[in-house]
Design a protein around this ligand. Sequence first.
Ligand code: SAM
Length: 341
Amino acid sequence: MGIEHFAAGPQKRCEARDYMKIGPNRAIRGRSRPSGRYHRAMFSYRHAFHAGNHADVLKHTVLIATLDHLLEKEAPLTVVDTHAGAGLYRLDGDYAGTSGEAADGILRLLGPAAPTATEAPLSDALERYLAVIRDFNPKGGARIYPGSPFIAHHLLREQDRLKLYELHPTDARTLDANIAQLEAGRRIAVLREDGFGSVTKFLPPPSRRALVMCDPSYEIKSDYARVLDFVGAALKRFATGTYAVWHPIIPRPEAHDLPRRLKTLATKAGKPWLHATLTVKSSKIVTDETGATHRPGLPASGMFLINPPYTLKPLLQAALPQMAELLAQDRHATFSLDSGV
Ligand code: SAM
């Protein structure tokens, strides 16, 4: 049973998108880039069914909070995205009105009030995540959803580097074309290669400061073991890097074991770790009155970090209860936050 079996629609996660080519865009550099300077046409590819869902809210909130901390130091940072996807997604494409998962993700948070039960203001990490999404949507709403490559690029500075791996030919082409229009030159590399394969030979980067983000599709069972092998090998070469692994929480043994085994890896290496999970609904298969069975769609996911910034835990302590409350799809919604050395 792969993760695709939990998808509520026919499309796979991070599926290929068409790209409408345009002429070169203006260079966009620096952290405080004014919003709305991306060329409209660069987003003209097919809607991605899963973009902006609850798993993206968790993953990208953690990514932004982690980068914000790492970018406080002047020394150059390298961000490696082992499974980059297409980079940008349209939420108002073919599927938006009917079944796009953003409706139960980012769009809930951008609703008119997005109130919490306690009427408490949104936590700093969620506010920051929404601010980044708003930067891509200067006219309001969330027509555009940035994937991890564009979120990272948005935050990185002149001295930083971004290395993107994407194996799917169509997604790689789309990513390539999108990145090309940023005219970022050597600051961003797009590699149409196996993200588990050649990354480790680039570690550590010359500045010895890096965030390695590992976000596979888990469409094939072997991805779970490959994540472990990859993180193990990377840690051996570069023990002080920050590693962030997204994982689905679904009823299959490999999925259950992955965070436990990552924890063992980190502990054996004597490195601090943090594990945040967000559940939005039950994982039970339901049978309706006609006797037909329905799988629930992805019910939960987690982010496992090795060498997380010390600032991440308090930020997530405030953000996770709000995510669980605001993104709940049934009474099983919950979260967890563990850490250790
Ligand atoms: N990290 C992206 C984000 O947050 O916006 C989403 C990535 S998506 C979950 C996973 C991507 O990995 C897909 O685009 C898929 O084509 C790609 N992929 C699958 N196997 C790969 C591999 N071995 N190496 C590199 N990319 C791979």
